[in-house]
Design a binder for this molecule. Structure first.
Ligand code: PMP
Length: 423
């Protein structure tokens, strides 16, 4: 019998089953392992109430509801269940119904979609904005839409899969610079002079929680006249004096050519958007299949998002709270001598190491103690850096944070310390 928990998704990509509609032989036994049930295969526990900081899971094996503190949802500002947002969505539901029932150019664009796009462009201080029905589709669509076969896309090696897929679909040459290393970026730019170049980074990196070294990266891009693209999926509404993201935080917004955001994380809903100069956005609309050929987001969702933007930009209270909570959690985890990588934000990894089995056992144990903390497995992260990822919300109370920290100390920190002693 082979050791199932030493396997990961990386082991099943190659499929030698003669029938293309059946998976590799061992895949079923791996994916049905009880410790994987509530992570990769999503068959164990599911959220049974809204993604708040205290929520309920449904154990589908016996229909029990389990109360947990939620450090896994990306609802950084708690906006998805804000009463004013729910009210705005309800009004739109009565006026427009549930769905938009059309792609953007064929009946799917409502006054609400135009209003949200205009407000997002104003917020990001760019001329125009294109809305996508998913964040993933937004990155794919924008990069596929502007890059051509002879172009060069240079991404930070930790950029999200959606940026990589957009680059692949565009047919442009795609290269990666070492994470957050402006000098390495410069050496790549040096060897591609004369080409149309786009350099892509994230504002806050999604599984490490560190910030792009944007001041230095922008300087290098300026020097080589390379255009810039930033994915602010995890930084919009949080970083910068007005919440406009890491580019605002570093004071380099005017140097960013194209800026992308999701409507799923700080906004806690669904969708993506890209802002830039009006001419390129107009052009992009002709060459961006995820926009052209995909139904626009439902009107109640858009109405809720408009209200969210208003709430999050009314004052700095939500972003102040999420950042204060994040620094309290980071400091407390460091006090426990846990390895939180280079997190500088509300995304905080707890490094567990190379054992998938340990990671999944600890995940099950913390959940039993009332904490929802999702494990992040290889190949999403390097095999020796399997980890938990904490998503800190502005809505977390001190009591919720302290209860979570006690569980983390009792279960994770103690286990990791015991192991360190042995080795
Ligand atoms: N960019 C980054 C950096 C992300 O982390 C994600 C979501 N994991 C996306 C894009 C895609 O966004 P969405 O989930 O809204 O489709």
């Amino acid at each position: 019998m082979f050791d199932l928990l030493s396997y990961s998704l990386a082991d099943f990509h190659y499929n030698d089953n003669p029938n293309v509609l059946l998976p590799p032989e061992d895949f079923d036994s791996w994916v049905n392992h009880p410790l994987l049930a509530d992570t990769f295969s999503c068959t164990g526990y599911q959220l049974a109430t809204s993604p708040g900081t205290t929520t309920y899971l449904l154990d589908i094996t016996n229909n029990d509801r389990i109360k947990v503190i939620n450090l896994s949802s990306l609802n950084y500002l708690g906006l998805s269940y804000h009463p004013e947002v729910i009210q705005a969505a309800k009004v739109a539901l009565d006026q427009y119904g549930l769905g938009s029932a059309g792609v953007p150019l064929v009946g799917g664009t409502f006054d609400l979609h135009l209003d949200l796009a205009r407000k997002l462009a104003e917020f990001k201080q760019k001329e125009d904005c294109i809305l996508y029905s998913s964040g993933f589709g937004g990155n794919v669509g924008a990069l596929q839409g502007v890059l051509r076969r002879d172009d060069v896309l240079i991404l930070d090696e930790k950029c999200h899969k959606s940026m990589v897929d957009g680059g692949t679909l565009s047919g442009a040459k795609m290269l990666f610079f070492d994470h957050n290393d402006p000098e390495h970026l410069a050496t790549i730019l040096e060897t591609h002079s004369g080409k149309r170049i786009l350099v892509g980074v994230e504002g806050v990196y999604s599984v490490d929680g560190d910030l792009a070294r944007l001041d230095e990266i922008i300087q290098v891009c300026d020097q080589y006249q390379a255009a810039t693209y930033i994915d602010e999926a995890h930084s919009n509404l949080i970083f910068g004096p007005n919440g406009r993201g890491v580019a605002e935080y570093f004071g380099v917004e005017d140097k960013i050519g194209m800026t992308f955001g999701t409507l799923s994380k700080s906004f806690g809903v669904v969708g993506g958007f890209v802002c830039s100069n009006a001419r390129i956005i107009r052009y992009l609309k002709g060459y961006s299949p995820p926009w052209l050929y995909s139904t626009t987001p439902p009107p109640p969702v858009i109405a809720g998002l408009i209200k969210e933007l208003e709430i999050a930009t009314r004052d700095s209270s939500l972003r102040d709270r999420v950042l204060a909570n994040a620094s309290y959690m980071r400091k407390s985890l460091l006090d426990m001598k846990l390895d939180i990588g280079c997190s500088q934000s509300h995304i905080i990894p707890i490094m567990v190491g190379s054992s998938g089995e340990k990671l999944f056992n600890l995940a099950a144990e913390v959940r039993k103690r009332g904490l929802l903390l999702m494990p992040i497995d290889y190949p999403a992260v390097p095999a020796h850096l399997r980890r938990f990822r904490l998503s800190v919300s502005a809505m977390l109370t001190k009591e919720e944070m302290d209860t979570s920290l006690n569980i983390i100390e009792d279960v994770i920190a103690k286990a990791l310390r015991a192991e360190e002693k042995k080795s």
